[in-house]
Each structure stands twice: as C-alpha cells, then as structure tokens.
Design a protein around this ligand. Structure first.
Ligand code: NAP
Length: 500
C-alpha cells in the first residue's frame, strides 16, 4: 500500500527529509526541484512507512488505499511522474531525457560555537516563518518577529482560501514558533511608522525582510477604476476576514463575475464565489461570506485570458479540484479556432491536459447561465470596462462584449520598495545575492520580495534556507555590521512596544 501525495502539496519537501528510502522527488538539489506543481511518491520504491505523511505540514500524503473519492486520481498522478524515469539511478545517467535521482542534500552552515545572534524578521507570512524556523532550529539566535497586523500569518492567514483547510494547517506549524522562548512577537507594529528600519537594524545583528509583494498589479485600461471593478486581493481579504477589507467589499448581488487572469488566485476567487454557502460551513471563512453568497445571485464566473489554454497560469492540482467539483460546470468557451487547435493538439503540461478534458461550448454572452458555472475564455484580453455608475460589461480585444456586474482583476502582484533598501523597479524586488541585499550589509530578503511573486507556500522553505545560509556565512566571516555600543532589543523601544 504505497503512499501518494495529493492536491494540497506545498512542495516544502518536509516529506523528502524524512523518507528513509529516498522515494519522493523532485528533491532539493535535483534539477526539477521547484519547477513541478507538487512532489511525487515513487510507488515502486515506497516502503509504506508513513514517515512522509507524519512530516507533511499540509496533510497532503495518504496511503493509496485510503484516498478519498475526490483524491483517488492522485495514485495515478504520482505513478505517472515516474513512468518515464528509471528505478536505478545509474540506468540512465547522462541521458538528455532522464536524470538520475540523487540522495537529497540540504547543505547549509551550522556553526556550533556561534554566539547567539539577534535577528529581526519583518513579516510573519510563510517566508518569514520558514526563515525564523531555520534560525531557531539550527542556531541559538534570538528572533524578533514583526508584523504590521495584530494577527500573524501573512498569506497563510489572509491569502490561502478558507476551503483549503489542509493548506491553512501549515499555519499551526508556524504558530508553534510564535511561542518559542527565543522569539519576541511584535504585532501591530509597522516598520516605518512605529519603529524605523534604522532603529530595527541598530538593535539587531541582521534584519530579514519577508514583506512579500503586497501591491496588486493593475490594468491600465479605460474603466478599470469604475465601482464594481476590484482587485482580487479585495475578494481574498473579504473571504478571509482581513481587518482592512469591509464585509460589504464584494457585491454578491450580480449574476456574472468576470475575473481577469487564470492564475491560482483567479481559480481561488472563482471557486469561492461559486461555492455553495453550506459547503463553506466549518471552514475558517469570514462569517459575513456565507450569508452574502446565500442572499446573492452569483451563478457564473468567467476567467478571461489573453493567451491560449496551453498558457493557463493555474497549476494542475488547482485545476483538477475545480474540474472535479459537483454542482458547478466548468467550460472552455470555444470561440476561436486557436482554442480548438490547442485543446485537440499535444498537451504541453498537466494543466493543459486537464483543460483538454473539460467541456467546451461556444458561449452566447447575452444568455444567462442556467446552472452555476465557471467559464474559461482564452485569447480574449480585456480592452475596456464599460459602465457609468458602476461596471456593466467587459469589452475584449477579440470584439466580444461580456456583460458583468463585477470585475475582479487577478493579474499578479508587485513588491513595494522598502525604505532604505535598493529596489529593482522593473522586477518589483529588492536586488540581492542569495538573499543578501546589495550594498546593505546586515540586511537580507526572503520570499516574494526576494524572488518575485510566484510559487506556493513551500517554495519559501528552500528560499529561506538559502537566505539564512547567507546570513550565517556572513556572521561566521565577520561580515555583519558591528552593533557594539547599541542597546540590545531587550532594552530598546522594541521592548517597550512589546510590553505596551
Ligand atoms: P499568476 O500566477 O502570475 O497569474 C497572473 C495571471 O494574470 C495570468 O493568467 C496572466 O496571464 C494574467 N495577466 C497578467 N497581466 C495581464 C494583463 N495585462 N492582461 C491580462 N491578463 C494578465 O498570479 P497569481 O494568480 O496572483 O498567483 C501568484 C502566485 O501565488 C503563483 O505562483 C500561484 O501559483 C501562487 N498561489 C498558489 C496557490 C495555491 O497553490 N493554491 C493559491 C494562490 C496563489 P499571462 O500568463 O498571459 O501573463
């Protein structure tokens, strides 16, 4: 009875570290690591010990025989990953098609005799918490965790959709460290107003910036600013109860919603807006959401893409879940011959293959949906949003007019400059070398502010390992700024904030 990894895989490779037979891949250090939607158990070599399931922070690993009906397909998904890969590492060494599996390696610097460092981590989302966890588990450092909100967790708390409780569960793993004896937790503290970045730096040996990419990218199109045209972050904050998003931020009285973009955020928005309110019961959804959906009229979400199905931005596990839901049809609008060609041609990846299996129809947008549905409309870039008092329709570059009472712009994110640090305006990141901020000794970045806004929660684990590795190397080599003469955080303004 081998085990299989399923939909909620966060790819943080906790399972790889504990597997006694090295049967989970791609592993850190292997060429594919970080490029696949998930990790996979090789059923040919799995010894059914279950260590991976115990270690998984998001409850994604199960014995194949105990997979629920909705996850049953993952036995094949795991096996398929290995179908073209040899069991023997030596068998295909040097082949351009196959690569040999290696023992996973987790190289890092762990100087046992290092004096405790004082490190500030700004941001308590997954990137900040993986960085803090690395410092706390592998060194005797003391960590000051800073977050501008009163509730820690960043995107785990306010980004992950409430109907993904297994993914949210990773927040419990991070929360253990909020109570760690070498952690000071400074909530409701904004760097820049409550404490300056300089003050933070003077009182710590190093500052790790884990501030994400909080600015929604926008569409510079006529009508984008009309009432009823909102950023996906507003919907995500609305269903997660973000303190800065009011309960009436999303108008559910409309029947059709257009979402621009086909990334995982767009899929989350489409799924939650078309959810049966009762299906959200028992999830951490904000209390105002089920009544708003129940009293509302949303029957249809249209996902607008400027490119074809082969370029869908969502990952395969998210699409598989969307397509597998009962009670909500998922269709591809076959309005353009390029779409038919793409859907009938060779699959360019797992997500494309899933769309090839979806229902197709040429949609007449003047006819309201009879049943709840999610429609993918590819090759259809938005051109302008029509409306006077509020948005009423989306005009697309291919000449369609899609009536809609709500438009959600889900076209990605950008980092925001951190005062005092250099900023790459084109990429929206702080320029860095393996996490070291260019020209600012003692400052480090991790997560989306380091590498740009892509990748799920688990990608931050290896990202944090790299940054903390750089920090420890610098500490050992004496490259951290000398803060002798400055008060320690315990006597500092930070301490006063902590007690207030
Ligand atoms: P994303 O994956 O980068 O998707 C952005 C979407 O916006 C793409 O479809 C893109 O189309 C489209 N787009 C960008 N500019 C556009 C424009 N000017 N006009 C029309 N369309 C435009 O971003 P995201 O959905 O915000 O997700 C961010 C990251 O978080 C991703 O790595 C995602 O996987 C991750 N995430 C993961 C989960 C999960 O695992 N469940 C959940 C949420 C988020 P083009 O491809 O044509 O540019």
């Amino acid at each position: 009875m081998p085990f299989a990894i399923t939909q909620t895989c966060c790819t943080d490779a906790s399972c790889v570290s504990v597997c006694p037979v090295n049967c989970i891949h791609p592993a850190p250090g292997e060429p594919d690591f970080g490029t696949t939607d998930m990790l996979y158990v090789d059923p040919r070599t799995c010894i059914d010990c279950g260590a991976c399931a115990d270690a998984c922070p998001v409850d994604a690993v199960f014995p194949v025989e105990r997979l629920s009906a909705s996850l049953a397909g993952y036995a094949q998904v795991n096996a398929d990953f290995y179908a073209a890969r040899p069991v023997s590492a030596a068998a295909e060494e040097g082949s351009p098609t196959f690569h040999a599996w290696q023992q996973p390696t987790f190289t890092r610097t762990l100087p046992a005799d290092m004096a405790p460092l004082e490190v500030a981590v700004v941001g308590t989302g997954p990137a900040g918490m993986y960085a803090a966890q690395d410092l706390l588990l592998h060194t005797s450092s003391r960590v000051t965790l800073v977050d501008r909100l009163d509730t820690p967790g960043g995107l785990v708390r306010f980004g992950v959709a409430p109907d993904h409780p297994s993914t949210k569960r990773i927040g419990e793993m991070f929360a253990r460290f909020h109570r760690h004896p070498r952690v000071r937790l400074l909530l409701g503290t904004e760097v820049g107003s409550d404490v300056t970045a300089d003050e933070l730096a003077r009182r710590h040996d190093a500052v790790v910036w884990a501030v994400g990419a909080p600015v929604p990218k926008d569409l510079d199109l006529p009508g984008a600013g009309l009432p009823g045209s909102i950023a996906a972050d507003t919907v995500v904050g609305w269903y997660n109860g973000h303190p800065e998003v009011p309960a009436d931020a999303v108008d559910t009285s409309v029947s059709r919603v257009v979402v621009v973009g086909t990334g995982n955020v767009a899929i989350d928005v489409a799924r939650v807006l078309t959810a049966r309110p009762d299906d959200l019961a028992g999830t951490p959804v904000a209390a105002h959401v089920p009544p708003a959906l129940r009293a509302g009229a949303i029957r249809e979400v249209v996902l607008l893409a400027r490119r074809g199905p082969e370029a869908v931005a969502a990952t395969a596990p998210e699409l598989r879940e969307l397509l597998g839901r009962s009670g909500v049809d998922v269709l591809v609008d076959e309005h353009d011959p390029r779409i038919t060609e793409s859907l009938d041609g060779p699959a360019v990846g797992a997500a494309h293959a899933l769309l090839q299996g979806a229902a197709r129809e040429k949609i007449d947008w003047s006819v309201p949906a009879e049943r709840p549905r999610v429609v993918f409309r590819f090759h259809s870039a938005p051109e302008r949003f029509e409306g006077s008092a509020r948005v009423q329709a989306v005009h697309t570059a291919d000449g369609a007019v899609v009536p809609a009472g709500l438009v959600v712009r889900s076209v990605g994110h950008r980092g925001r400059p951190v005062p005092g640090l250099p900023f790459d305006d084109e990429r929206g990141v702080v320029p860095n070398d393996a996490g070291r901020v260019e020209g600012r000794p003692g400052h480090y970045v991790v997560g989306w502010i380091k590498r740009g806004p892509s990748g799920g929660i688990g990608a931050n684990r290896t990202c944090a390992a790299e940054t903390i590795g750089s920090l420890l190397d610098d500490a050992v080599a004496g490259r951290l700024p000398d803060r002798s003469g400055h008060p320690s955080p315990v006597r500092s303004v930070l301490h006063r904030l902590l007690r207030s």
